[in-house]
Unconditional design. Structure first.
Length: 101
C-alpha cells in the first residue's frame, strides 16, 4: 500500500474548509428536519411523537450511508474513471472523499 504524504499549505486549508462545510451542511440538514417536525406531523395528521420518527429515520439513514460512502470512495478511488473536472487536490482516503466533493 502506498503511503500518502500529509497535506500542507493551501491544500490543507482547502481540505479543512471542505470538511467544515460538509459538517456544517450535515448539522444544518438535521436542524431543518428538527424544526420541520410540527409541520410534517400536522400535514400528515399525526402527533408530534410520531413525527419524531422522521428524525430517527434520518439518523439511521445517515448512520448507514456514512460507512457506505467510505467503502465506495475506497472502491472507486482505484478506478481510472473520472466524472467532471479533475481536482488539483489529491484524492482523500475513506469517507472524506464523498462529503468533501
Amino acid at each position: 500500500m502506498q503511503q500518502q504524504k500529509p497535506l500542507e499549505g493551501a491544500q490543507l486549508v482547502i481540505m479543512t474548509i471542505a470538511l467544515s462545510l460538509a459538517t456544517f451542511m450535515q448539522v444544518l440538514d438535521s436542524t431543518i428536519a428538527n424544526v420541520a417536525i410540527p409541520t410534517i406531523a400536522g400535514n400528515l395528521g399525526s402527533s408530534l411523537s410520531q413525527g419524531t420518527w422522521v428524525i430517527t429515520s434520518f439518523g439511521v439513514a445517515n448512520a448507514i450511508s456514512i460507512p457506505l460512502t467510505g467503502w465506495l470512495a475506497k472502491r472507486l478511488a482505484k478506478s481510472n474513471c473520472s466524472c467532471g473536472r479533475r481536482s488539483p487536490l489529491p484524492r482523500p482516503p475513506g469517507p472524506v472523499a464523498y462529503p468533501a466533493a
